[in-house]
Design a protein around this ligand. Structure first.
Ligand SMILES: Nc1ncnc2c1ncn2[C@@H]1O[C@H](COP(=O)(O)OP(=O)(O)O)[C@@H](O)[C@H]1O
Ligand SMILES: [Mg+2]
Length: 255
């Protein structure tokens, strides 16, 4: 299905998305689109509605109202499975890895490859999973020398790469990342930024939430600013300044 929609340029288009918690409008008439191979950053103060928007896009918590389209086709995102089917993958801060399992086991978690021993006895195909994992990591420029170690022993940036590899195993067209660099050191953060840029080079779109405006200005093609559940504006990174974005975050306008 995704293949047939290749023509349309917007990987995602949302129109008038709203979500209330009791009397509070956490997301209020939000509309924007994400193009193919674009990195869009989402910024805003605490409570601006960023997580509410991400939950709507990842199928974790459907909005009260509004439309979502992928490649020009209306889609419903009621569950994470719906998002999967639409080629939308989400990396939450928790990453969702199993600490005790090694790298290929995590990449293939829940989608393990099998083979038939003696032609009939099903067993896990560790060799193929390992080979595919190496292929994926190489394709996206990730350097991991230790595939057999339990992932709990790997660094934050390496764990991040594994979580992303899990998504790339599927035909993902949009990767949503919730504060991916927040818990990482400087070098690790740079490596994740490199990974984001490698994904973009391969035509994957990225929607990235970050508090770090330095990272945002380095990596994003466009910046969406949320305040009090409303979209202040979507601006091209090359045509704005950090001061202007800070003003939008704080006051809801540049003036
Ligand atoms: N499950 C919930 N129940 C009640 N209020 C919520 C819930 N989730 C978020 N909110 C409120 O919705 C608003 C937006 O929250 P959120 O989307 O988490 O913002 P952000 O991620 O930008 O910090 C906040 O005022 C928050 O307190
Ligand atoms: Mg949040």
């Amino acid at each position: 299905m995704i293949g047939e929609m290749e023509g349309a340029t917007d990987v995602l288009r949302v129109t008038e998305l709203s979500k209330s918690y009791g009397g509070l409008k956490a997301m209020d008439g939000v509309s924007f689109s994400v193009k193919r191979g674009e990195v869009m950053a989402l910024v805003g103060d605490n409570g601006a509605g960023k997580s509410t928007l991400v939950k709507a896009l990842s199928g974790a918590q459907p909005p009260d109202s509004g439309q979502i389209e992928s490649h020009g086709q209306p889609i419903e995102l009621r569950t994470p499975r719906d998002a999967d089917a639409a080629g939308i993958g989400c990396i939450h801060q928790s990453l969702g890895l199993v600490d005790a399992l090694n790298v290929p086991e995590n990449v293939f978690l829940g989608r393990e490859l099998q083979r038939k021993r003696f032609g009939f006895l099903p067993e896990l195909d560790h060799a193929s999973m390992r080979e595919k994992t190496v292929e994926l990591l190489e394709r996206f420029g990730v350097n991991l020398s230790t595939l057999n170690t339990p992932v709990v022993k790997l660094s934050g940036g390496q764990r991040q790469s594994i979580a992303i590899s899990r998504l790339l195993l599927q035909d993902v067209r949009l990767v949503i990342m919730d504060e991916p660099m927040a818990a990482l050191g400087l070098d690790e953060g740079k490596r994740v930024m490199q990974l984001v840029s490698n994904m973009r080079d391969q035509g994957i779109s990225i929607f990235i939430i970050s508090h770090n405006l330095e990272h945002v200005f380095q990596i994003a093609d466009r910046i969406a600013v949320l305040k009090n559940g409303r979209l202040v504006d979507v601006v091209e990174t090359a045509k704005t300044t950090r001061d202007a974005v800070i003003k939008m975050i704080t006051f809801g306008s540049v003036h």
